[in-house]
Design a protein around this ligand. Sequence first.
Ligand code: ZN
Length: 272
Amino acid sequence: MTNGLAGVARVAGTPLLASDEPPVVDLRDGTDSPFVFLCEHASNRLPHALGDLGLPAEALERHIAWDPGAAPMALGLAEKLGGPAILQTYSRLVIDCNREPGLPDAITTLSEDTKIPGNEHLGDAARRQRVDAIWAPFHAAIDELVEARIAAGRPTVIVTLHSFTPVYRGVSRPWHVGIISSGDRRFAEAMLAALRRDPALVVGDDEPYSARDNVDYTIRRHGFERGLPHVMIEVRNDLIRTPGDVVGWVDRLAGALVESADAVGMPARQRN
Ligand SMILES: [Zn+2]
């Protein structure tokens, strides 16, 4: 056996995920909306087989392991606007589902200033195992959902939810929220216009990251490449620490998303 799952299991010794561990994909149904909400960095969970990746517990709570607040935001928006949501349930440190799997930072050995010992000196089989066990099924689930919507003639806007750290490598970031696109700025422009109507809000255009930083994998693959409107939303994580904060951002983003959907001819409404 030289390839496929059996080959991975033989080389690595054990499967990455045991049968009693949660599935990679957390899919919440919802059809009454053009929006499909995605969250690649929803969780800081590690597969048991990887232990703690050589990191102290404190490091696994930080933004390097996940996007704090992003999952409740995605779920809150799905609830409020009636769309489905797909969350990836393992830490970005295992493999970053918003990257091409061949890029060095897909399985990073250094996140900001923290070395990730469990990711150093990984062989091809170990890398392949992470792609096969986590990255591939996550994107396959999105493919299935989005293709079914297209086949049914259902309008679809791809929305990914992220959060960013207020200080990165010692530099404070001024933005409260960042709007990022990939190849087609129509939906992002409408979001920027809607959010910038609030003078108290500092709204970043392709900040704190942009497609030039290779952070647009999901919106490019599932949105741009299908000709679908898309946006990646980044909220500064100190603004969404409490459930009340999250509700406030869900309300704000829901209003901007509905307005932007109207602007691209895919009407949406709020359910509550
Ligand atoms: Zn993220």
